[in-house]
Design a protein around this ligand. Structure first.
Ligand SMILES: Nc1ncnc2c1ncn2[C@@H]1O[C@H](COP(=O)(O)OP(=O)(O)O)[C@@H](O)[C@H]1O
Ligand SMILES: N[C@@H](CC(=O)OP(=O)(O)O)C(=O)O
Length: 565
């Protein structure tokens, strides 16, 4: 089993190099300032570092020239690279032939850009493939071809190629293979995580083949790439793989070399990689194409990564909860990462990491409304007039209260608790602690990771009960207030006023040393009501500036909008 450590939904694998280890130490400072907790985190870091070193040696042995290639990439420099940006289009932008046409027009409407295109699967293809796989397990081989979701996927793609006037042969082999795979699953009567990744990969493999063929058919030279064939090397954690450092030089070299020998717009599958030990297709977790895009951006040192969505940028709240949510014009990588970790579906939780490391600006745009300015995510921004940026809701989390069974001052209590989580591979989101007690949240839905099922929760409880009294509370929600924690008193005062008015009792609060996030834990049943009320108070009533003397009076909510640096 691969050793790994989870904090705040972030998996820190043993392969990691410095950036992720640094992230862990940043996370440690986000926790309440308890020495024992720091010690626990430090120990975990040390263990992880040692493992990372040995893994690094193994990877380098496998990949041989990694360092040389890295230097070669650096010396090429961004000026010499024939690409200026990544343009990533998600499933919501690619739901039909008409949308494919519009996206192609959008790509060519920026003549100054030399893009690398990253695509997700069309529409709801990934969900349909997953459902088809689940049905195949129990439907019997002779019925596998008739699975409703398979027919839906087939029809969508065949109709699309037909309507675009391109040859169906670009996807017919892929579709045949897909059907064979479902028959195989039906025969085996099981769907492993590895097979599940292979199954969903057909979505991105088809959308990119169709898009590249369409660009070529309208006279725009394009070349399709499967990410797993061009150097996207990942851990072997199927359904939630991590990109390994070796990916950056490999991908840069392949795209660059191909361009030099035969220039064409690259159209790359998002979401997919190749496990470094198994060599099997892996996926980067749901919504992982954003991460593919920022990885390519960093690999080639590009000017910008654009992620095209179906909303006008990152919004002040999930629009399905608050339809009046407004776009946030500017964000820092830290704010965007926090927003994504804490459940804002608009960005993949890990996607900011390569962008932050490579300092590549990320622009979130609306493919249905390209003129809208969107959200620009950069390393820094002027925070002097920013109070609250966005409210994020993560539902169905589990709250765990742990109280040491020993006396006050017991050495190593927190270290033991955290090593239990490490051993069980359980991800911790929010933590509040005193010397002998600890409250934390776990995310059982973990849609970008394996399921934390009841059995695992029971096992965890059993382990922790060896050293502590444990109280497990399910169906809780984390409301994250992303913004300028310099104004935390103001934010908290207002938030608590709203919650008190709505007769909601906050069960846990965590601000820690994070500069951008205050988390409040409430019951699931009250969560949406709270978010709506908070959004109304912070973003719809427009009087927040009056509470911040240095902002001056009477500026209204507009004065709270961030200013680009
Ligand atoms: N804070 C938020 N800002 C913007 N969109 C959000 C936010 N929270 C949730 N969403 C949802 O995220 C969706 C966009 O993300 P996603 O579906 O992953 O796009 P794509 O599939 O095109 O990559 C939006 O349609 C919106 O409903
Ligand atoms: N198709 C994959 C990967 C992805 O990134 O999708 P989207 O960009 O549509 O969220 C998924 O549905 O998870």
């Amino acid at each position: 089993m691969e050793a790994s450590l989870h904090f705040r939904g972030v998996r820190i694998p043993c392969y990691s190099r410095t950036p992720r280890l640094m992230h862990l130490s940043q996370v440690s400072s986000a926790l309440s300032p308890s020495r024992s907790l720091y010690a626990a985190v430090e120990n975990a870091c040390r263990r992880s570092r040692l493992r990372a070193k040995s893994e690094k040696r193994r990877i380098e042995a496998v990949l041989g020239e990694e360092e040389e290639e890295e230097n070669a990439t650096e010396s090429r420099g961004s000026d010499a690279v024939p690409f200026t940006c990544v343009m990533k289009f998600g499933g919501s932008s690619l739901a039909s032939a008409e949308r494919v046409r519009e996206i192609a027009q959008l790509v060519v409407s920026f003549p100054d850009e030399k893009p690398i295109i990253v695509l997700s699967a069309m529409g709801k293809t990934t969900n349909n493939l997953l459902l088809a796989g689940e049905k195949a397990v129990s439907c019997g081989v002779s019925n596998a071809s008739e699975i409703k979701e398979l027919s839906f996927v087939k029809q969508l793609h065949l109709r699309t190629v037909h309507e675009l006037g391109i040859d169906a042969s670009v996807i017919s082999v892929v579709l045949e293979e897909l059907e064979q795979l479902l028959k195989g699953i039906a025969m085996m009567k099981e769907l492993t995580l590895r097979t599940r990744d292979y199954l969903v990969s057909f979505g991105e493999c088809m959308s990119t083949r169709i898009f590249a063929a369409y660009l070529n058919s309208i006279g725009v030279k394009a070349r399709q790439y499967d990410a797993f064939d061009i150097g996207f090397i990942t851990t072997d954690d199927f359904t939630n793989a991590d990109i390994l450092e070796a990916t950056y030089p490999s991908v840069a070299k392949r795209l660059y070399d191909d361009w030099i020998s035969d220039p064409a717009i690259p159209v790359v599958t998002g979401f997919l990689g190749k496990g470094w030990k198994t060599c099997a297709v892996t996926t980067l977790g749901r919504g992982g194409s954003d991460l593919t895009a920022t990885t390519i951006g960093k690999a080639l040192g590009l000017r910008e990564v654009q992620v095209w969505k179906d909303v006008d940028g990152v919004l002040t709240c999930d629009p399905s909860i608050c339809p009046v949510a407004e776009p946030v014009p500017f964000l820092t990588f830290d704010e965007a990462a926090e927003l994504a970790y804490f459940g804002a579906q608009v960005l993949h939780p890990q996607s900011m990491r390569p962008a932050r490391d490579g300092e590549i600006p990320v622009r979130v745009k609306n493919s249905y409304n390209p003129k809208a300015p969107g959200t620009l995510i950069t390393k820094t921004r002027d925070m002097s007039k920013a109070v609250l940026t966005s409210i994020v809701l993560k539902q169905n989390v589990t709250l765990l209260d742990i109280v040491s069974t020993r006396m006050l001052g017991q050495v190593g209590f927190l270290a033991k608790v955290f090593s239990t989580f490490e051993d069980l591979g359980i991800s911790v989101d929010v933590v509040a602690t005193s010397e002998v007690s600890l409250s934390l949240t776990l995310d059982p839905s973990k849609f970008w990771s394996r399921e934390l099922i009841q059995q695992e929760l029971d096992h965890m409880e059993e382990e922790l009960e060896k050293i502590a009294f444990v109280n497990l509370l399910q169906h809780r929600s984390i409301i994250s207030l992303i913004g300028n924690v310099q104004y935390s008193s103001l934010i908290l005062e207002k938030a608590f006023h709203v919650l008190r008015t709505n007769q909601v009792n906050v069960q846990m609060i965590s601000q820690g040393a994070s500069k951008v996030n205050i988390s409040l834990i409430v019951n699931d049943s009250e969560a949406e009501k709270c978010v709506k009320a908070l959004h109304h108070a912070f973003f719809e009533s427009g009087d927040l500036s009056e509470l911040v003397p240095e902002f001056g009076f009477g500026n209204g909510s507009a004065s709270l909008l961030p200013v680009e640096t």
